[in-house]
Ligand binder design. Structure first.
Ligand SMILES: O=C(O)CCC(=O)C(=O)O
Length: 316
């Protein structure tokens, strides 16, 4: 009975979204095309009608990154973000309230005050992030935008910005109520299917070693068709792929550009908390995770108005 009720609720939620919002129609449409080659074909056609970046000089280092993304779905920047920017951003965020999505209605808390044993992760509201020092600068890192536009074949759109803590000091019995797959099924990976083409830029804002929840990615799986659609649990499917994973460690400032269609997950931190910024670039077709209206006005920010238009509007 509970399963039927859940299914009916889901049908109601999805149909409400589809009927009322074209962003959700686009989101669900692309989501059910699961063959990577077909997705690339559609994406290439859409990209032709989007603004084209100015063709710059060919840079061999950038070309190598583009090849790596196309081949592996992931590339790591060992010196991704300037240490001072990372420190200033982290220290400023520590003065702001973050929110545990499992405690709806809670006004939020300062991370250093303690998250509580049931907290798996806590996010900074987007309104806070838009005021954060260096955030737009990091989201608009020219080298990264250059790679993204070469992979997409058009100027990208920033369609999601998140920044969250992963808590290491949790009680597994409390955490597993909502996050069993994360805390108990540690070989469970997922892919995100949020637009025809998507790349996500992660910047570690704390030092991350193997015990601080490194991001884990399975290279090559962005080009792989999966019958399971979104999730793969390697305990149930021991197919050798898990052994090819890379757990990405590095000091604060280490950055990762990844295709979230490839299988990935956050590993569970055991020795200390992890803070990470995530900026998602897409074709801008299915922007359901962005605010409906921009939160800032662009005057004087010196960033590309098209790339940033969902977050930063033109002055009126
Ligand atoms: O926190 C991580 O390392 C993974 C995040 C993730 O799963 C995602 O952005 O979809």
């Amino acid at each position: 009975m509970a399963r039927v009720t859940n299914l009916l609720n889901r049908v109601q939620r999805v149909s409400g979204r589809i009927l009322n919002d074209s962003r959700w129609r686009n989101f669900y449409l692309q989501r059910y095309v699961s063959v990577p080659a077909l997705r690339r074909f559609v994406s290439g056609r859409i990209a032709k009608d989007l603004p084209q970046p100015a063709s710059g000089a060919r840079d061999p280092a950038a070309a190598a990154r583009v090849d790596e993304i196309k081949r592996n779905g992931v590339t790591v920047y060992r010196d991704g973000a300037a240490p001072q920017a990372v420190t200033e951003l982290r220290e400023w965020l520590q003065t702001q309230l973050c929110v545990d999505p499992d405690r709806p209605g809670d006004p939020g808390f300062l991370w250093n005050d303690g998250a509580g044993k049931g907290c798996v992760h806590a996010y900074y509201p987007i309104e806070t992030l838009m005021r954060a020092p260096h955030l737009l600068e990091l989201a608009n890192t020219p080298q990264v935008l250059g790679i993204v536009q070469r992979v997409f074949g058009c100027t990208p759109t920033i369609s999601e910005i998140n920044c969250w803590w992963l808590n290491h000091d949790l009680d597994v019995d409390l955490a597993k109520v909502r996050h069993g797959y994360y805390v108990e099924r540690q070989k469970s990976y997922h892919r995100d299917i949020d637009d025809w083409s998507v790349l996500r830029y992660f910047v570690y804002l704390t030092d991350v070693d193997q015990a601080h929840g490194p991001h884990s990615y399975i290279p090559g799986t962005h080009n792989r068709y999966m019958r399971q659609h979104r999730n793969m649990d390697f305990d149930e499917n021991p197919n050798g792929l898990y052994e090819t994973r890379i757990d990405i460690t590095g000091p604060a400032g280490t950055a990762i550009l990844m295709d979230p269609f490839g299988l990935h997950r956050a590993t569970v931190p055991t020795a200390g908390d992890r803070l990470m910024l995530a900026v998602t670039y897409s074709l801008g077709c299915a922007t359901v995770h962005a605010p409906k209206n921009p939160l800032l006005v662009s005057a004087g920010l010196g960033i590309d108005p098209f790339v940033n238009r969902l977050y930063v509007g033109a002055p009126s």
